[in-house]
Design a protein around this ligand. Structure first.
Ligand SMILES: [Zn+2]
Length: 119
């Protein structure tokens, strides 16, 4: 019989992510896994999911960007101006390769349709 890697011992399981033994309570069940539990502990799973979402959410990216500008010593109006410029640049880049989103298109149509007197 082939010797399996021991992942469970005396009520504890090895987390492949953080590399520590943790109580089985710290793991979600996974009926597809040979040991019956997920490879990562709940903490690592939560952290990974958080990171994953952070990488995908533009709002979070924007917030991180703003924080970096703030750390660099920019004032709020300066930050706003930089963000505007970056967003406009990103949109023009995307438009250039035809990747403008439907939401943006709708917004554009709305702004061009409205004769707004702001400014
Ligand atoms: Zn872990």
């Amino acid at each position: 019989m082939a010797r399996q890697n021991v992942v469970i011992r005396g009520g504890e399981k090895w987390c492949q992510m953080c590399g520590t033994w943790k109580l089985l309570d710290c793991f979600k069940e996974n009926l597809n896994a040979s040991c019956g539990y997920r490879a990562w502990c709940n903490e690592c799973t939560r952290e990974y999911m958080h990171d994953w979402h952070a990488r995908r959410k533009p709002a979070t990216r924007r917030r991180e960007f703003v924080e970096r500008l703030r750390e660099a010593g920019l004032t709020e109006p300066q930050i706003e101006a930089v963000i505007d410029a970056v967003v406009a640049f990103a949109n023009s880049e995307r438009r250039a390769v035809g990747q403008i989103s439907r939401a943006e298109k709708r917004r554009e149509q709305e702004t061009t349709r409205e004769p707004n007197g702001i400014g």
